[in-house]
Design a protein around this ligand. Structure first.
Ligand code: ZN
Length: 177
């Protein structure tokens, strides 16, 4: 089996999907489709299977992902999961592809700034649990960065994660007075 791509290479923008697809050559190559509004990311499947994936950003066209372009790097939330076909499942985080299953072992997380952690902690409510997307929205962070900050805060004992149906949501640790 060939090595999977570990990075997304955004090659440019196009008005139509066919145009975007024509730009792609190698696994991980991608182009944005923008026509009036941002429509989708067209991506040559990073596992090397040769399929083209279309990640939709337009809520009018069905399930929509969110695109972040920060300092020239691309992030997409939530994870990209191709139903049927090769069943690739991965996260796109600041141009890095983090595999969720088969190729997980070679995953390398992108640069991360721990300076966001005090802000994330401040934004956490004490009386309920919120998900990383809510915190990210409030602080204008990429959701994957907010999620990492929350996990690190939990690991240090500064925040708590819900259990059962609240797993994946986070809250401040209530202070006994
Ligand atoms: Zn594939």
């Amino acid at each position: 089996m060939t090595m999977p791509a570990r990075k997304v290479h955004l090659l440019g923008n196009a008005s139509y999907r066919d145009e975007a697809e024509a730009m792609l050559a190698a696994p991980g190559d991608a182009a944005l489709v923008e026509r009036g509004v941002l429509r989708s990311l067209v991506l040559r499947c990073p596992d090397g299977c040769g399929e083209t994936l279309v990640v939709n950003f337009d809520p009018r066209a069905g399930k929509a992902w969110r695109l972040y372009q920060r300092r020239g790097a691309v992030s997409v939330y939530p994870s990209v999961w191709l139903d049927g076909g090769c069943e690739s499942h991965f996260i796109i985080w600041k141009d890095r592809i983090l595999w969720c299953d088969v190729f997980e072992e070679g995953n390398e997380e992108p640069d991360y700034d721990p300076a966001i952690e005090p802000l994330v902690l401040d934004a956490l409510p004490a009386d309920r649990f919120v998900d990383p997307a809510t915190i990210a929205q409030e602080l204008d962070l990429i959701v994957w960065d907010a999620g990492k900050a929350l996990r690190r805060l939990v690991a240090r004992g500064d925040a708590r994660e819900g259990v059962g149906s609240l797993k994946g949501t986070f809250g401040r640790i209530p202070q006994d007075v």
